[in-house]
Design a protein around this ligand. Sequence first.
Ligand code: S3P
Length: 211
Amino acid sequence: MLSTAKGKGQILLALFFTSTFIPSLLTFSPMPATHKNLVLIGPMGSGKSSIGQALAASLQFSFTDTDSLITTSLQSPITQIFAEHGEPFFRKTESATLASLSPISHSVISTGGGIILLPENRPLLQNLGFVIFLTASDDTLFSRVSRNQNRPLLQTENPRATMAAITAARLPLYSATAHFTLDTTSLSRTRTLSILLDEAQRALALTPPNP
Ligand code: S3P
């Protein structure tokens, strides 16, 4: 009897401590840090650069493009870097370029389609900002990339099939890295921008512009 009462007392005491201290711990725990940049990942032709520049202009953020940083620092176009030094060298340079961006904030960062390949890049991307995976159907992607010849990985006999195979193989890596995914196949550019701006405002904890 006594031991039951004692047992109940212990339970009540435990409940008292739980109800008193756990909510106060929750109340005083630090707010999660908000993201400081937007990071765009996705296959070639998914619109990372063009949508990224428009997002940067709307948010009054700077625009950063990892491919442009690489071509500027090596003073060589991407196709030439692949031809002269090979893909592994390009990937190492791409990873070092990504790591060098960690101090920046208030930027929309567009990345090369293969940036998710090296495992060390994926936490770097997630720590850099709110990661948006832009994607589209194979037909849409291919119609965009076939306009120019500056994609070394597509210099094959059947670039359409190569492109589809590369995109499919990378899909799980993009999905695992992204905080948000948008398939733009049936979206106008205006609608794409409006969805992304809404998400960005939430992720970056920005005040929405006055109507
Ligand atoms: C690549 C994509 C390219 C560029 C390089 C390799 C890839 O960037 O980094 O040609 O592996 O998918 P875009 O995605 O901007 O075309």
